[in-house]
Design a protein around this ligand. Structure first.
Ligand code: GLN
Length: 289
């Protein structure tokens, strides 16, 4: 088979299931992965022969795409904050909104890096490790720890730290059962599960069928459970000038400032993502920002 045929068979198999630009993008991603050819190289060499083995890889990927599996799980990789991350069904696929959270933390954190002690950061519910690792990469000399309930996710996170050549201390913990955090931190950050069960009807099949429920969903009657628990723990484990950052559900942004105020936090700031949705919140215990 030649590239041109492979491409037209691929497109025909997915037509009606995905928009054509997305099919094109899947083909480019898989060509890069399986054939080692860029988009341009593919376009310039339509007559190149594709081996039996490579074409089988495309066939297997097609079956998974027809089952709405995200392309990132199929190739086992995603990009986050300009860095490569391994992902699998035990980890959420890193989202662009979360890159904005990292950007926000870095913009605030750089201001206090000139004190002599290393900055200490804890990431709660780290998943693939994307927040912890991108912070570590951009804050040399910092001491970053990250926890997750899932041993399987932690394996992926550890591999990602090695892949990106940073040191992060990972440990397993169920934050809802944690009585005390191990250290005092300059920053505590979390992107906890925050999607209510009632929001499932608006969600895409690729997310619902393939991404880990435990990383996404909370009960309709207690959607802020993680925010309660984490802010309560953070109160005793943030250093004097420390800050707490969360990614948040746009629909729950009005209730969160009150919750944080009740826990004794100040300087509460909600920030929108590039889509104009309330997507993150930050607060501190005492220092004006
Ligand atoms: N933003 C993610 C989504 O919409 C949810 C992430 C989370 O629950 N922390 O799928």
């Amino acid at each position: 088979m030649i590239i041109k045929e492979l491409k037209s068979d691929f497109k025909n198999s997915l037509i009606g299931l995905y928009p054509s630009e997305e099919i094109q993008s899947f083909f480019n991603i898989l060509s890069e992965k399986y054939l080692g050819l860029s988009r341009i190289e593919i376009a310039l060499n339509p007559e190149n022969i594709v081996s039996e083995e490579d074409s089988e890889d495309f066939q297997k990927a097609l079956i998974r795409l027809k089952n709405h599996e995200p392309i990132q799980y199929i190739i086992g990789e995603a990009q986050f904050y300009g860095l490569p991350f391994k992902v699998n069904k035990h980890t959420l696929i890193p989202r662009p909104e979360t890159e904005e959270l990292v950007e926000w933390i870095l913009s605030k954190q750089k201001l206090i890096t000139h004190n002599s002690k290393p900055i200490t950061i804890l990431d709660i519910g780290t998943g693939s490790g994307c927040i912890a690792i991108s912070l570590a990469k951009n804050l040399p000399g910092s001491k970053i720890s990250a926890l997750d309930i899932s041993e399987e996710a932690l394996k992926v996170a550890q591999q990602n730290a090695e892949l990106n050549k940073v040191e992060v201390e990972f440990f397993q913990a169920d934050i809802l059962k944690t009585k005390r955090l191990p250290k005092q931190y300059d920053v505590i950050v979390s992107n906890p599960p925050y999607v209510r069960e009632l929001e499932k009807k608006q969600m895409q099949q690729n997310v619902l069928k393939h991404e880990p429920d435990s990383a996404l969903f909370v009960k309709d009657d207690d959607p802020l459970l993680f925010y309660h628990t984490i802010s309560h723990l953070a109160k005793t484990n943030l250093k004097a000038n420390g800050k707490l950052f969360f990614e948040i559900n746009e629909y729950l942004a009005d209730e969160l400032p009150q919750l944080l105020k009740n826990e004794g936090f100040q300087n509460i700031e909600v920030k929108k993502d590039i889509f104009g949705k309330n997507r993150m919140i930050k607060c501190s215990l005492n220092e004006p920002t």
